[in-house]
Design a protein around this ligand. Sequence first.
Ligand SMILES: [Zn+2]
Length: 156
Amino acid sequence: MMAHQTAQRAAIRRVFEEAKRPLGPQEVLIAAQTLVPKLGLTTVYRTLKSLVRDGWLMIVDLPGEPSRYECATTDQHAWFECRVCKRVFQAPGECQGVSTLIPKGFELTSYKLVLYGACAECRETGTSLGESVPSGEGFDKPSSERSGDLEAGTSA
Ligand SMILES: [Zn+2]
């Protein structure tokens, strides 16, 4: 019984170590099932919770997205979400310009940066983002409201 649980836990940890990016429970399930075929989603949820409690995983909550999880070994602030395959990747490095965004007199304690676009794999397969970017958020597409300004700019 105990050995069984340990094997499941080890499999889930290995999935995260190999993925090196934030994973949702469903992604964890699919990857971990290649190691432990009988693994179920309930066990995945329970193990994720337990690994967060142990400080091994941390929760990555991106705006409008269900929680993902990643190894808590890195001090991660920036992620890249592929609009095509919906996978989330770690964005390497620190955002150097972040201090320039802070209003005068304010103190920054933490930040979270999400970049959106197409991952290398999706670009390679030729999946075009083009104009078909899902526009769930209204603030993503200010171009239509701005068209008046642009016309004024070009005619001047
Ligand atoms: Zn992709």
